[in-house]
Design a protein around this ligand. Structure first.
Ligand code: COI
Length: 353
């Protein structure tokens, strides 16, 4: 099955206004976007058009009942050739469809996802930053478009992709607050999906944490609030002397693609990585015993960033000061080497456009 993608190029490219030395995160959008329509039966009208507003009915189902899912992925400029490299895009395609299934939304065929993505990146290739730390952040997403306000799965959907040239999401080590009152996800819920509501529901606890001087929330298990899960935007790793621990996946955590890449990278570099339950108690005890070398977090937008310290039950625990960054630096360099085409892509993660 092939999808015909029509292309309408912009007559007014904004590339001249783009300053690759001053990018920030998420405020600049490239010239084009990809759109396709699910008509209740099949994907139709696959097209690339100039980036711009979408026209929606006030009754658009996604706005009211939240059938809205997304992905975050990146393209990098090959250090030698400048050519765009997509990093593990098919993992994002698979995760989008896991979210779609849980939210009763249509599956996006691999060909539609990949052809739309590659055509868009080809057209906007000039927007992929070549500056240190820069990349093209890509946002594939799908939302329900029926104009109907009864509660039921929508019959129609839009699948779209747009892109933003970005610099680092976080520019310094973070202070995180261990969350003991609010929960991000519950067993049997939608925590493993990348649905919009997971992020909306996190905003109040995150705001509270920020008002207390923290950058982010560290979510814990919803039943006991004693086991570490993930932060509002990333997965988490704790580095001890002879092992690296990351919370094991369950249906309350988002299966990070950067998390998976970092686990594989750490193992390549000779570290022992264990996916298991990690309690706040263990973090505190082993920090006190001098065994905790560092905590770092991983995500597509955040990449890999260290944790300055964490707050728990009204007390702040500094981690960075007594730590050592050799493990996180090592795996970050390993990952950057692959993503920028500088070192051998041993796992075949890169797809060149
Ligand atoms: C990503 O890392 O791609 C995400 O979706 C997280 C979001 C906070 C930007």
């Amino acid at each position: 099955m092939g999808f015909e993608i029509t292309i309408e190029k912009t007559q007014n490219s904004r590339i001249g206004q783009f300053d690759p030395k001053n990018i920030g995160f998420g405020k600049i959008f490239t010239d084009h976007m990809f759109l396709a329509h699910w008509n209740g039966n099949e994907w139709t009208n696959a097209r690339i058009v100039p980036y711009g507003p979408l026209s929606l009915s006030p009754a658009t189902s996604a706005i009211h009942y939240g059938q809205s899912i997304f992905e975050g992925m990146k393209a990098f400029a090959d250090k030698k050739t400048g050519q765009p490299i997509l990093f593990r895009p098919r993992e994002n395609w698979k995760r989008l469809n896991r979210s779609a299934e849980r939210m009763v939304m249509p599956v996006v065929p691999e060909e539609l996802f990949m052809d739309g993505l590659k055509s868009l990146i080809q057209l906007d290739a000039e927007w992929v930053p070549k500056t240190e730390g820069g990349s093209l952040y890509i946002r594939p997403y799908m939302f329900a478009t029926d104009d109907f306000i009864g509660v039921k799965p929508s019959e129609t959907y839009t699948f779209a992709i747009f892109c933003c040239p970005v610099g680092p999401y976080y520019t310094k080590a973070l202070k995180i607050k261990v969350e003991e009152e609010f929960s991000r996800a519950a067993p049997g819920g939608v925590g493993f999906t990348k649905c919009a509501g997971n992020y909306g529901a996190a905003m109040y606890p995150t705001l509270r944490a920020q008002q207390e001087g923290y950058d982010q929330v560290l979510w814990t298990d919803p039943l006991t609030h004693t086991l570490v899960e993930e932060t509002g935007t990333t997965n988490l790793f704790a580095v001890f002397h002879n092992e690296v621990i990351t919370p094991k996946m369950g249906n309350t955590l988002l299966a990070g693609i950067t998390r998976d890449s970092v686990i594989q990278g750490l193992r390549e570099l000779g570290h022992s990585v264990i996916e298991r339950e990690l309690s706040v108690r263990e973090l505190k005890d082993r920090l006190e015993a001098g065994e905790l070398k560092e905590i770092f977090i991983t995500g597509t937008a955040a990449t890999l960033i260290r944790i300055q310290g964490f707050g728990h039950a009204g007390h702040y625990h500094e981690v960075l000061e007594q730590g050592d960054s050799s493990v996180s630096d090592g795996v970050k360099n390993w990952l950057d080497g692959i993503r920028l085409g500088e070192t051998e892509d041993i796992f075949n993660w890169n797809e060149r456009v």
